[in-house]
Design a protein around this ligand. Structure first.
Ligand SMILES: [Zn+2]
Ligand SMILES: [Zn+2]
Length: 273
């Protein structure tokens, strides 16, 4: 099985925050981790997958996230033309994962049945549950359904050898994680199934949650899919990711991290090879 190269592209940040904003029951006065925002690229000679699409400038401004670069422009740093991307996996449809879809005119979007049902159904009558969604992003994806540009997954789905989708729910009605074969073994992109390392490692749920039971079960699923190695689980919003994983080149330090390399490798060591 040919391994994928796997990259995290950091495109926005949010902070300062309190522990109470990051963990249910956390201290609302204690300083907590900032959030970084990422999209991910899995690349191999035969296929390129973009995993999530980030948010637009307008959405970032309105929601007060600090946008560093629009992901559709950032992918060019990896020599990828966004208009030529054919496969985009959407872990879920929250505003910071499914914005700017029109920038990818040739893409087919891979999503769970249950996420589309959740984002267009009765749960969106709740202000609390819909607040993570931008309605225009959801409407755009509905238009894509009617234009044969959406591929639905039901629970577990192998998209190609070495890349599979797994519904975990919890955070939203149909959140999914992505398992990718790399040179260092299976790596599991948790996305918002675990915002921070602390959530999954301590079984301490993030406050943005639809079903706590599924979120807790999701932590166990992440561990199982990573074959019991926490080093092979990548949280969706943890600034530590950029510190732990090397950049593909000196120019991309602080912007792109290589997740197919073991954590802890120093960027300087990498660029020397
Ligand atoms: Zn989310
Ligand atoms: Zn998110």
């Amino acid at each position: 099985m040919q391994p994928f190269e796997l990259f995290a592209i950091r495109y926005a940040r949010n902070g300062p925050r309190t522990t109470g904003q990051n963990i249910i029951g956390g201290d609302i006065h204690e300083t907590g981790s900032d959030l970084d925002f990422f999209v991910w690229v899995a690349k191999r000679s035969d296929r390129v997958f973009l995993i999530d699409t980030g948010m637009s400038e307008e959405t970032a401004r309105r929601r007060r996230d600090e946008l560093i670069r629009v992901p559709a422009d950032a992918v060019k740093l990896l020599d990828i033309d966004p208009t030529k991307i054919e496969d985009i996996i959407l872990t879920h449809l929250h505003y910071d994962h499914a914005g700017t879809l029109s920038r990818y005119p040739n893409a087919r979007f891979h999503i769970q049945d249950s996420e589309m049902a959740y984002a267009t159904g009765r749960c969106m009558c709740s202000r609390l549950l819909r607040r993570g969604y931008e309605v225009e992003d959801v409407v755009h994806l509905v238009r894509c359904v009617h234009a044969d540009k959406v591929a639905f997954a039901d629970e577990n789905a192998e998209i190609t050898s070495g890349l599979s989708l797994h519904r975990v729910g919890g955070h939203t009605g149909g959140s999914q994680v992505v398992r990718i074969w790399t040179e260092r073994g299976w790596v599991v992109l948790a996305s918002d199934a675990s915002h921070l390392y602390a959530n999954v490692r301590n079984h301490a749920p993030f406050p943005s949650v639809y079903r706590v039971d599924e979120m807790m079960e999701g932590y166990a699923t992440l561990h199982r899919l990573a074959e019991g190695s926490w080093d092979h689980v990548i949280p969706g919003h943890d600034p530590l990711v950029m510190q732990l994983y090397p950049a593909p080149s000196r120019e991309l330090e602080g912007i792109v991290a290589r997740l197919d390399e073991p954590p802890g490798a120093r960027p300087s060591a990498r660029s020397a090879t």
